[in-house]
Design a protein around this ligand. Structure first.
Ligand SMILES: Nc1nc2c(c(=O)[nH]1)N[C@H]1C(S)=C(S)[C@@H](COP(=O)(O)OP(=O)(O)OC[C@H]3O[C@@H](n4cnc5c(N)ncnc54)[C@H](O)[C@@H]3O)O[C@H]1N2
Ligand code: MOO
Length: 405
C-alpha cells in the first residue's frame, strides 16, 4: 500500500508490463548514412571479396621476384620499365619476365608479377630501374580476399552498427543495410501554466521544460523525437492532439496531469483506455501506461525530475526493445556514497548524484521540481525499497546517466 492506502505497483512489475507490451519494430532497409547506432536486423554476408583483386601495397615497381634475387646497392639489378599503373587502372597485360612496371598503392598487380619493389629500394628510374634490394615472393602484394572472402559474415543480426561496422559494409560494397529503424517518439507536455521557452511569462506561468528534456532524452536513446510542445488542461484539446499525432508515432510520451489534481487532464482524457496508478518509487510515483490504437502511450508525472527519471526507467527500455537491442535496462555500478541521507521504506528511491571515480555525491534536495540540481547530476543512487538510511561511506548502487550500454 502507498502513502494514502492506495495500492502501489513495484517498479519492476511496472517495467515488466511495459516491456511485455512492446515488440521490436519491423526492419527497414536504410542507406549506411542513416544506420549509425541502429541494430542490424539480419546477418550481412560478403558478396565480393575484399580486396576485390590483387593490388599493390606500396608505390614502386611490379616485378618478377626471381629477376631481383641477390640485388644489392653494390650489385643492383637493372630492369627496363615498360609502363605505369595507377590506382583505378583496369587490369593490364601480362608482365614479361626481365621487365618492371611502375605501380601505385592500390593499383592492380599485372598478371605474372610476383612482388612489388618499393621506390625506396630503387633509383626511381623512369625508363630503366635499378633495384638495390631483393623482394621476397609476394612482397607488398595485397591478395584478393585476404581481408574478407566472398561469403564471410560481415555483421551479424543484432549488432549495434558503429562506425567500424559501417566502414566495413561500405568497403564491401553494401550501400544499404537492413536495420530496426529509429522509433518515432511524440512528446506532449500538458498544463495550462506552460509557455514555450523564449516567450515572456504571465502571472502563474512557467516555461515548458519537460518537452525539451524528454525529446532530448528520446534522441539520446536513439529515437527520432517530435516535440509537440504544450497543450492546455482541456481533455478535448488533449485528445485531439493525441489523435493527430498518433499516426506518426511509434511511442507517445506525455507529461503532467496524472496525479490527484482537479485539472489532471491526461488522466481525465484517458482513464478508460490506460492503466493509471502509483509506482513504489520516489520521485515518479504517479504513472500511466497503455496502448492507444496499438501505440504505446506513457503518461509521465509533470514534475520535471519525476518526468525525466520515469523516462530513463520506463521509456528508455521500451525504446531499446523497439530498436531490437538485447540489453534493455541500464546496468548499475557500485560506488561509495559521500554523504548520508534517509530513504522511504517501501519505495525505491532515486537520488541525484555527481559520480566520479567510484564516489557518488548526492546533489541538492529531494524535490522533484529541482531542474538545477538535475543538471548538476550525472548519476542516480538507487536505494532499495527496504533501506531506511544510507550512511556516508556506504557502498551504493548507481546508474550512470550518460553511460552507453
Ligand atoms: N494531492 C496530491 N498531490 C500530488 C500528489 C499526490 O499524490 N497527491 N503527487 C505529487 C507528485 S509525487 C507528483 S510527481 C505530481 C505529479 O503531478 P501531475 O503529473 O499531475 O503533474 P502536474 O500537476 O501537471 O505538474 C506537477 C508540477 O510540475 C510542473 N510541470 C508540469 N509540466 C511541466 C513542464 N512541461 N515543464 C516544467 N514544469 C512542469 C507543474 O507546473 C507542477 O508544478 O503531483 C504531486 N501532487
Ligand atoms: O512523483 Mo513525484 O515524483 O515524487 O514529485
Amino acid at each position: 500500500m502507498g502513502d494514502h492506502g492506495r495500492p502501489t505497483t513495484p517498479v519492476d512489475a511496472h517495467l515488466a508490463r511495459i516491456v511485455d507490451a512492446v515488440q521490436p519494430l519491423a526492419p527497414a532497409v536504410l542507406p549506411l548514412s542513416e544506420a549509425l547506432g541502429l541494430v542490424a536486423a539480419a546477418d550481412v554476408v560478403a558478396r565480393l571479396p575484399l580486396p576485390a583483386f590483387d593490388n599493390s601495397g606500396m608505390d614502386g615497381y611490379a616485378v618478377h621476384q626471381r629477376d631481383c634475387v641477390g640485388a644489392t646497392a653494390e650489385s643492383p639489378v637493372h630492369l627496363p620499365v615498360v609502363g605505369g599503373i595507377g590506382a583505378g587502372a583496369a587490369a593490364t597485360e601480362e608482365l614479361a619476365p626481365g621487365t618492371a612496371v611502375k605501380i601505385m598503392t592500390g593499383a592492380p598487380v599485372p598478371p605474372g608479377a610476383t612482388a612489388v619493389v618499393p621506390y625506396e629500394w630503387t633509383d626511381r628510374g623512369a625508363h630503366e630501374v635499378q633495384v638495390n634490394q631483393p623482394p621476397v615472393p609476394g612482397q607488398h602484394i595485397r591478395r584478393a580476399g585476404d581481408d574478407v572472402e566472398e561469403g564471410d559474415l560481415l555483421v551479424s543480426a543484432g549488432t549495434v552498427l558503429g562506425p567500424r561496422h559501417l566502414g566495413l559494409l561500405a568497403g564491401a560494397g553494401e550501400g544499404r543495410v537492413s536495420v530496426r529503424p529509429r522509433p518515432r517518439v511524440v512528446i506532449v507536455s500538458t498544463g495550462s501554466e506552460l509557455r514555450e521557452p523564449g516567450q515572456p511569462l504571465g502571472p502563474g506561468q512557467i516555461h515548458d521544460a519537460n518537452s525539451t528534456l524528454l525529446a532530448s532524452s528520446a534522441r539520446a536513446a536513439g529515437a527520432s523525437a517530435f516535440r509537440v510542445g504544450s497543450v492546455s488542461d482541456d481533455p478535448g484539446t488533449f485528445l485531439e492532439t493525441l489523435q493527430d499525432q498518433i499516426s506518426r508515432a511509434d511511442v507517445i510520451v506525455t507529461s503532467g496531469g496524472v496525479s490527484q489534481g482537479d485539472f489532471d487532464v491526461v488522466k481525465a482524457a484517458l482513464k478508460d483506455r490506460l492503466w493509471f496508478g502509483d509506482v513504489a518509487m520516489q520521485p515518479g510515483k504517479p504513472q500511466g501506461f497503455g496502448t492507444v490504437d496499438g501505440v504505446p502511450v506513457f503518461t509521465l508525472p509533470g514534475n520535471p525530475v519525476s518526468a525525466y527519471l520515469s523516462f530513463q526507467l520506463f521509456v528508455v527500455p521500451a525504446l531499446r526493445k523497439l530498436q531490437g537491442r538485447s540489453r534493455l535496462v541500464h546496468p548499475l555500478r557500485e560506488a561509495r556514497c559521500s554523504k548520508g541521507f534517509g530513504s522511504p521504506v517501501g519505495k525505491r528511491q532515486f537520488v541525484r548524484a555527481a559520480y566520479d571515480a567510484g564516489l557518488a555525491a548526492p546533489v541538492g534536495g529531494h524535490g522533484s521540481h529541482l531542474l538545477g540540481d538535475l543538471a548538476a547530476a550525472n548519476a542516480l543512487i538507487v536505494v532499495p525499497e527496504e533501506t531506511a538510511e544510507v550512511s556516508a561511506g556506504d557502498t551504493v548502487q548507481v546508474l550512470l546517466l550518460d553511460e552507453e550500454y
